[in-house]
Design a protein around this ligand. Structure first.
Ligand SMILES: [Zn+2]
Length: 484
């Protein structure tokens, strides 16, 4: 592949319309005076952005019911209740209508600019956008991401890469190495899945990172042995991490988040992106068991982060979703009922059960044991029939069975356009209260990065987007934005 050099210096005021003090700023990220005061007085040193992909409001309510202690009269509050501050609209650029995909939403959350569905860090004209992670790096912060998808998936990709399509995973992996800020890599710590995109025949991006001094971990245990403060690329699966119900670590996102922070902490602060990537995938699959299990991994992560912020009150944590997925409903079929107790003892995901079901001698015993509840004779007979179907049909049948037991509803295998909740705690959380837009989140983070207490004066404000190849073959960036 021939990659010509592209180098674009983005002048602070022209390209980043959201930073403080630019005379050319066309829109203020914080329009209300009270917010401005809150921002300047309480700018955090560390910023942790958590995206729960696909987590519409029904998911947080369902989660509260899922973990409810049924022996008490009340439904106990959960971590989401304690940290809720507002609500965000999620619609993409007009060209894509009212319902966003994860790429446009992530681009909005990362850059403060709405784009078309499919866009990774580029605007509607496919021009590269500056993300809060780029800006954090430009300002001397350490930067990282910890996700449960492949790290080149839409949400993390939009904080680092620039591509006209989220599907170009290999080119996005190249960008992780090639896009530079003041000559430096955008992310110091990258944890998630995706070896198949980094260790390729045409280019071994992983080897390049290792040669550049990054520690590499290919297992959770190996990650734990890397010395604190390292630059790390940790890829724990060829594509995404296993579903949490099938993973060795039931707190995998919390674990990755803890380790990311361990390597990012420093006197000048850090920016970390955390993504509960697979809430969305459970929603697409209409798989309520996995949806709740992925939510539990996220809740454990948030509990850890609350402890972290108690000990490090100069840290801000923001959580939102990019959109809702599946049109999940708590109750369905005209019945005012929901029975989450059938989801609490699942030993494997529906997908894994569907695979294993074809090989069982005692189908009934396997299903009862793996579902974690007793099956009546009718249900046993049902699964005896299901076992003879092909794997995809078995998968559908197990999900339908759980929907029926719990009375869960779904209206779509895709996304829906409802607003999503916004949660925040720690320094500066007030900036996110009330009804906002997803782009406001990035705009406020840009401001926080500029107003940090440990912000040095010597930072070069010009940010380069550099493909890393030396010298020759300059191409016109405006004519061909990827210059390939
Ligand atoms: Zn999705």
């Amino acid at each position: 592949m021939i990659r010509c050099k592209f180098r674009k210096t983005l002048a602070l005021c022209s390209a980043i319309a959201v930073t403080v003090g630019c005379s050319s700023t066309s829109e203020s990220p914080v329009t209300d005076a009270q917010h401005s005061v809150a921002v300047s007085k309480a700018a955090p040193k560390n910023i942790i952005m958590v995206v729960s992909d696909g987590m519409g409001p029904a998911y947080t309510t369902a989660y509260r019911n899922y973990v409810d202690d049924a022996t008490t009269a009340e439904i106990e509050t959960v971590v989401f209740d304690d940290i809720l501050v507002g609500n965000a609209s999620t619609y993409p650029a007009p060209v894509s209508g009212y319902v966003t995909d994860s790429a446009a939403a992530a681009t909005a959350l990362a850059t403060g600019v709405k784009s078309y569905n499919g866009a990774i860090g580029v605007d509607v004209d496919k021009q590269p956008l500056q993300s809060v992670m780029h800006w954090a790096k430009a300002k001397g912060m350490r930067t990282g991401l910890a996700v449960t998808s492949q790290i080149v998936h839409a949400t993390p990709a939009s904080y680092i890469a620039h591509n006209e399509s989220r599907k170009n995973y290999n080119a996005i992996a190249d960008d992780f190495y090639d896009v530079r800020v003041n000559g430096e890599f955008v992310a110091d710590v990258m944890l998630g899945g995706g070896t198949s995109y980094f260790e390729r025949e045409d280019r071994d991006v992983l080897a390049q990172f290792i040669d550049a001094g990054y520690a590499y971990a290919d297992s959770y245990n190996r990650l734990a042995s890397i010395p604190t403060g390292s630059n790390v690329i940790g890829l724990f699966a060829p594509v995404a991490l296993p579903k949490v119900l099938d993973d060795k670590r039931k707190n995998r996102l919390e674990y990755l988040t803890q380790h990311a922070i361990k390597h990012l902490e420093n006197d000048n602060g850090f920016f970390l992106l955390v993504e509960a990537s697979q809430v969305d995938w459970a929603g697409h699959a209409n798989d309520i068991g996995s949806a709740m299990a992925e939510m539990h991994d996220l809740a454990q992560t948030l509990n850890y982060l609350r402890t972290y912020v108690e000990e490090n009150p100069d840290t801000l944590v923001i959580l939102t979703a990019d959109h809702s997925t599946g049109g999940l409903t708590i109750g369905a079929n005209g019945d005012y009922l929901w029975f989450p107790e059938y989801l609490r003892n699942l030993k494997a995901s529906a997908e894994t059960m569907a695979k294993a079901l074809g090989e069982q001698e005692d189908v009934g015993q396997y299903m009862a044991q793996t579902l974690g509840f007793e099956l009546n004779s009718e249900e046993l007979a049902h699964f005896a029939k299901v076992a003879s179907l092909d794997e995809e049909a078995r998968y559908g049948a197990i999900k339908a069975f759980l929907d029926s037991k719990t009375n869960t509803g779904w209206t779509s295998s895709g996304h829906t356009g409802v607003d999503v909740e916004v949660f925040a705690f720690g320094a500066g959380k007030q900036a996110f209260t009330g009804q906002i837009d997803n782009t406001d989140i990035a705009k406020k983070i840009f401001r926080f990065i500029d107003n940090r207490p440990h912000n040095g004066d010597s930072v070069d404000i010009n940010v380069e987007l550099n493909d890393g190849s030396a010298g020759s073959n300059d191409c016109d960036f405006k004519d061909d934005w990827r210059c390939q």
